[in-house]
Write a protein that binds this ligand. Structure first.
Ligand code: ATP
Ligand code: MG
Length: 357
């Protein structure tokens, strides 16, 4: 299927890791005759420097026209003094909300070669392969009213609103269940329905969605227990689906199970399966320009793009296999370095993946 991709390298290590990811894209494009085309655009600090805004109109227009977006990372100390509404991160948030990217997918996969880098014992995480599906555009992060007010007695009070309507819950539910069909057919919905009414509704709607997927098993878990189970016995999960805030917290916890943040890709999907793909990590200003950044999270984001938006699981699997091969060969960037073995550079890692492909 011919498709057009908008590539947004971003800031600090963004361009370094994106160079390697685009080389991988070139190889799979040729090898699998994908007929993909792409162009580069500016977002974040890079856009601010050129256009004075973090999300220029032309980037927004190209993003709307593209089938998928591949993003490096945005932000960093260079723009610390910039006004709040012009911060690089605002560009990213604007892009997400304008495109209606409500479904955030974060796989936590442990490559067996990196078992020693996990925060848990090898036997607890060996073979770990879970997918956290987080609602990204609603919940308490966006609920109104919100603010800090002064009460009659002079005391200050902070408040936020945790709200989800039925259609928002149904939408993320359908996404989670359809993804479970491509995996182990199990969904665990995470809520706090013993305390929060909004998640009582969440649980009810998930049950309703489940009726459309008789081949998928639905279970429920309170978020506190889910956090505990994630570090106690994470392999019990297949797909976890949850709201914005719980998903934010659980997906960071899950990230630590897999070793380095430099290995973790993510996807953010709209209702038509179009999406933005980016590594889970930030722009890592502390290592920018030194050839130390691990490009594998971005390369694996290309694989997710092929699987979830471009409907080419074969090409996706080929990239994932190539990543596994370079890890087998012992190649390690500094973030996943093993004692006594010299680390390789960002571009050497990219070379190895290209060669393995
Ligand atoms: P953000 O708020 O954008 O998520 P952050 O402040 O959480 O950013 P990161 O930019 O993700 O921070 O960096 C956190 C740490 O992880 C830093 O020490 C950074 O060098 C390291 N790091 C991040 N990405 C990579 C990578 N691809 N390879 C190696 N190290 C990385
Ligand atoms: Mg971060």
């Amino acid at each position: 299927m011919a498709a057009h991709i908008l590539v947004l390298p971003g800031d600090y290590i963004g361009p370094e890791i994106m160079t390697e990811a685009v080389r991988v894209l070139e190889v799979v494009n040729r090898r699998f005759n994908l007929e993909l085309t792409w162009e580069e655009g500016l977002l974040g600090g890079a856009a601010l420097d050129v256009h004075g805004v973090p999300l220029p109109t032309q980037t927004m227009e190209r993003a709307r026209a593209a089938d998928a977006i591949l993003l490096g990372a945005v932000g960093g100390p260079k723009w610390d003094a910039v006004e709040r509404h012009l911060r690089p991160e605002r560009g990213l948030l604007g892009l997400r909300s304008e495109l209606g990217l409500f479904g955030n997918l974060r796989p936590a996969i442990l490559y067996p070669q990196l078992a020693e880098a996990s925060s848990l014992k090898p036997e607890v995480v060996a073979g770990l392969d879970i997918l956290i599906v987080r609602e990204l555009t609603g919940g308490i992060y966006f609920g109104e009213p919100r603010g800090i007010r002064v009460l009659e007695n002079g005391e200050r009070e902070g408040f936020n609103t945790y709200v989800y309507n039925e259609s928002e819950i149904r939408r993320i539910g359908h996404l989670a269940f359809s993804l479970a069909r491509q995996r182990d057919h199990r969904v665990c919905s995470v809520d706090k329905s013993n305390v929060l009414e909004v998640t009582v509704l969440w649980r009810e709607v998930m049950e309703e969605v489940a009726r459309d997927y008789p081949d998928v098993t639905l279970s429920h878990m309170y978020v506190d227990n889910a956090a505990m189970q994630l570090v106690r016995a994470p392999k019990q999960f297949d797909v976890m689906v949850t709201g914005n805030m719980f998903g934010d917290i659980l997906s960071d916890a899950a990230a630590m199970l897999t070793g380095s943040i430099g290995m973790l890709p993510s996807a953010s999907l709209d209702r038509n399966g179009r999406g933005m793909y980016e590594p889970c990590h930030g722009s890592a200003p502390d290592i920018a320009g030194e050839g130390k950044a691990n490009p594998l999270a971005t390369i694996l984001s290309v694989a997710m793009m092929l699987r979830y938006t471009l409907a080419n699981p074969e090409a996706a699997a080929a990239i994932e296999q190539a990543v596994s091969t370079v890890l087998d060969q012992g190649l390690r960037t500094p973030d996943i370095q093993r004692a006594g073995v010299e680390a390789v550079s960002t571009s050497a890692m990219g070379d190895a993946v290209v060669a393995a492909l």
